[in-house]
Every structure is written in C-alpha cells, then in structure tokens.
Design a protein around this ligand. Sequence first.
Ligand code: ADP
Ligand code: MG
Length: 255
Amino acid sequence: MSSDAVVLEAIDVHKAFGGVQAVNGTSLRAARGRITGLIGPNGAGKSTMIGLLSGALQPDRGTVRLLGQDVTHLPNWRRARLGLIRTFQVSREFGRMTVLENLMVAQTPQRGESFVLAAFAPRLWKEEEAARLEQARAILDRFQLSHLEDEYAANLSGGQKRLLEMARALMANPKILLLDEPMAGVNPTLAQELAGHIESLRDEGMTILLIEHELRLVERLCDPVVVMAQGRVLAEGTMDELRRNEEVVKAYLVG
Ligand code: ADP
Ligand code: MG
C-alpha cells in the first residue's frame, strides 16, 4: 500500500486499564476510500482501539499516524480538526435539542472562531451560520430526516438516533470516519439502510473504519477486515479469506 493511501495507522499500540491489557501490540491501517472492518469477540479491544485512534485515549506505547502526521500525543479535538471523526457505540445526541440543533452544534472543522466573528464581524458570522444551516439541511435530506428537523432528538426511534449520529459526524466534513457498531440494536431493515449510507459515503471517497458484529454486513461492506482477539490482531483479509483461516474460525467465527 503506498503511503499516501494510508489515511490512519496504528503501529504497535498498547493500552492497559489497571491489570487488563485491553490492547496489546496492535497495528492496523485504514486505506483511503475503503471501509476497513474491525471484528472480534466482546472484550477483544476494538472500542479501545477506536479510543486510541481518535485520541480519546492515550496509548501506553506505540504510535498513531493520521494523514502522514504523528498524532499520538494530540488530543481528540485536534485530530478532529485534521479530519478524524468518530461515532460512539451508544448514541450521544442531545435529547432536549431538536434534530436540526443537534447538527448545528456538532463539531465544526473551523477553529471555534464563531464567538470572535459574531462580536467583530457579524456579517461574516451570519454568512457562516447560513452556510452551516444549508449544510445541515442537506445532510438531513441525505439521511431522510428532514421531516424530523424540529423534533426533539429524545423522541427519535433507536434507528433514527443512529442516523442522527452519522449526520452529526458529517457536519465536521471528516476525511475519515470511525464507526463503532453503528448498526447495533437496530432492526434488520434499518441496518441495511445504514449500510447503504455507509456504502454511499465510501463510493464518494470517504475512508471508514467500521466495527460491526453482523458478519453479513461486514462481508457486504468491508475490505479488508481486521480480526482482533485479546488485544491483538489475529488476522487480516477479505471475509472469504478469513473463513478459510482456521485460527480465526476457532477464535471468532464459531462460538
Ligand atoms: P470490545 O470493544 O472489543 O468489546 P473493549 O475495547 O471495550 O472491547 O474492551 C477491551 C477490554 O478492556 C475488556 O476487558 C474491557 O473490560 C476492558 N476495558 C475497556 N475499557 C475500559 C476502561 N475504561 N476501564 C477498565 N477496563 C476497560
Ligand atoms: Mg466495543
């Protein structure tokens, strides 16, 4: 893989929580324009990896590189400005805000100068707000949430909250998305719909790292797939290749 095809890379990262070695020397890469799958049994260290890649967690050892830059010691908001945005295994919308407001307060790629602009350059600020509103409405339209823009987020169904979570992530104009089980707990029809959205993003050139349990969805979306177990990478390949890998089958694909 040529180096500019690698958007995000973990090199031999380690993370322990007390006595638990959650991530134990893991290296993985997310290639531009692909959906890299991350699978493995519960407790394998997948969510911890997302935390280490996004900057929510600091590794005890190892390196994280984003777009060719060493970001190991950058906090998550600095990585977000570089274009790395994550979603959470449990949705984190603001229930007492409307759907549209949830998008308007989502992470911005700008430098948080809105206050300064509002005070000293009100016209510019208004233009920026208008552009943001237009972007928010376009994203809601994309996820077919437009009719819900004035609804309180708390009143959305579980599946709609999942869509909102992705919509919020897109407000930051990400270059890479880390999605931690975005289909968890939604019905199969909606899971397929979410998968369709993830596919379209990929087709538009987005780089995605996707944690997912449902292997049929992984098969449909992900290439390559990285298998983690006990904090380490057990194997990597297409789903087809992994099915022929005895170690993977034993550790994960059955029981
Ligand atoms: P996965 O997402 O693959 O299910 P996690 O990364 O959530 O796995 O967890 C890996 C291991 O690290 C588990 O044993 C889990 O209990 C432990 N762990 C994860 N986060 C924490 C934490 N904040 N404090 C203590 N232990 C944790
Ligand atoms: Mg997890």
